[in-house]
Design a protein around this ligand. Structure first.
Ligand code: KE4
Length: 429
């Protein structure tokens, strides 16, 4: 593959944009090399500035579950744009998408639109603190909820003490209110709850993790968290920015049958435009301004173009529930195909999968939490795997800590091409 034009564009970008990108993971720092500049996309394919065609397994990090430039979504945005782009007033479109989301997702009465997953999770934590009157939160190492200060925290000195900032600019004052737990480790959560009795507002997690690679919840893990929250009055916050409207129409709450108290959304709900959202039962949501005292706001929240894209996307998913089974089946097919060719090559690997989320990890141990994911990533094999696939025209996330997102636009021919590329690359690992 030739990337001359992308390289030129990257040099220009770095002069006026930090690192040449508007979001760090796009810069290929984790895998080495230079990022590819995309000129257009359609269905399952990206077309880069050098004319290369790539089979896309990132899909803008999850939103494009129906593929790129999906006609109903594009048409909805074009039609809406002719009538103006933003009013800063209520519009009936916001009510329509809110009504549909409430119909699709179990256990929510109201939803508030924001502009990103970060905003959704940040606002959900503020709402949980406002509702409970408590200040501490528990998050899990390796779970990513966006770049709000309370989430940029790493393990503290003691196993059950508060965290420390993992980014300059985050204060110790903020970090002291974030407790860090180990994913899939209920005993650790119980210890943290016991050691911080009556001080915890919420436990927030990705109910199926996608930021350590794909890590499904262990048997009983979500149910155990639900039980702890029921016994202590701590709110359970599901960050479904990745899983919402992907693992089922009603997300993980529907698929796994475990209810959260607050659910966060992003990605799919916006159909590729900037939308985040958070939702809960009336008792909690009515604490939000202007009804209640918990403040939260946004100039472009509920923006007409974003709502038009999101409504078109959710409507198609709502009316064609077979899509969820179809992308799950495609993901299972890909899993089986990659498993076969990686085994034939004698590679030590693990493939994690749940629904249409899948990730490949190198090494012999199971990947069930952040530490095991990090040990697998440290082998360096993923970086060779990434670049080898790229050379074959297969575009997966440029980090071992990401998940692949399967879109309905992927054909079985695309999947076969991907499996064949994995077979070729496996020999080089
Ligand atoms: P945004 O603020 O990037 O819209 O959403 C933050 C977020 C919240 N929760 C989960 C579970 C997420 O995965 C994300 C964002 N995901 C990353 C990919 N791992 C977005 C890619 C990027 O940072 O550029």
């Amino acid at each position: 593959m030739i990337y001359k034009r992308s390289s030129q564009l990257f040099s220009e970008a770095k002069k006026v944009i930090p690192g040449g990108v508007n979001s760090p993971v796009r810069a290929f720092k984790a895998v080495g090399g230079e990022p590819i500049f995309i000129e257009s996309a359609k269905g399952a394919y990206l077309y880069d500035e050098d004319g290369n065609k790539l089979i896309d397994y990132i899909n803008s990090w999850g939103p494009l579950i129906l593929g790129h430039a999906h006609k109903p979504v594009i048409d909805a945005v074009i039609e809406k744009a002719k009538k103006g782009t933003s009013f800063g007033t209520p519009t009936q479109l916001e009510t329509k998408i809110a009504e549909l989301a409430v119909k699709m997702v179990p256990n929510i009465d109201k939803i508030r639109m924001v502009n990103s997953g970060t905003e959704a999770c940040m606002s959900a934590v503020r709402l949980a603190r406002g509702f409970t009157g408590k200040e501490k939160i528990i998050k899990f190492a390796g779970c990513y909820h966006g770049h709000s200060d309370s989430f940029l925290i790493q393990a503290g000195s003691g196993a059950i003490t508060f965290g420390t900032p993992n980014s300059p600019g985050v204060t110790q004052g903020t970090a002291k209110d974030t407790l860090l737990a180990t994913y899939n480790d209920l005993e650790n959560v119980k210890e943290l709850v016991e050691a911080n009795k009556d001080e915890i507002a919420c436990i927030i997690l990705e109910p199926v993790a996608g930021n350590m690679g794909c890590i499904p919840p262990a048997e009983g893990f979500l149910e155990g968290l639900r039980k702890i929250c029921d016994e202590t009055g701590i709110l359970l916050v599901f960050d479904e920015v990745m899983t919402g409207f992907r693992l089922a129409a009603g997300g993980v709450q529907e698929r796994m049958g475990v209810n959260a108290d607050i659910v966060c959304f992003g990605k799919v709900i916006g159909g590729g435009l900037p939308v985040g959202a958070f939702a809960a039962r009336n008792e909690i949501m009515d604490h939000l301004a202007p009804v209640g005292p918990v403040y939260q706001a946004g100039t472009l929240s509920g923006n007409p173009l974003a709502m038009a894209a999101g409504l078109a996307m959710l409507t198609e998913l709502h009316e064609n529930r077979n899509i969820f089974e179809s992308i799950d089946k495609k993901t299972e097919y890909l899993h089986k195909g990659m498993d076969k060719v990686l085994k034939e090559a004698g590679v030590d690997f693990t493939i994690n999968r749940l629904g249409s989320m899948i990730s490949v990890h190198f090494g012999s141990e199971p990947v069930t939490d952040f530490d095991s994911s990090a040990r697998s990533a440290s082998t360096g094999k993923f970086n060779k795997f990434f670049h080898g696939l790229l050379e074959e025209g297969i575009y997966i996330a440029p980090s071992a800590f990401e998940t692949w997102f399967i879109s309905e636009a992927l054909s079985y021919d695309d999947l076969d091409k991907t499996i064949e590329a994995v077979r070729k690359v496996a020999k080089t690992l």
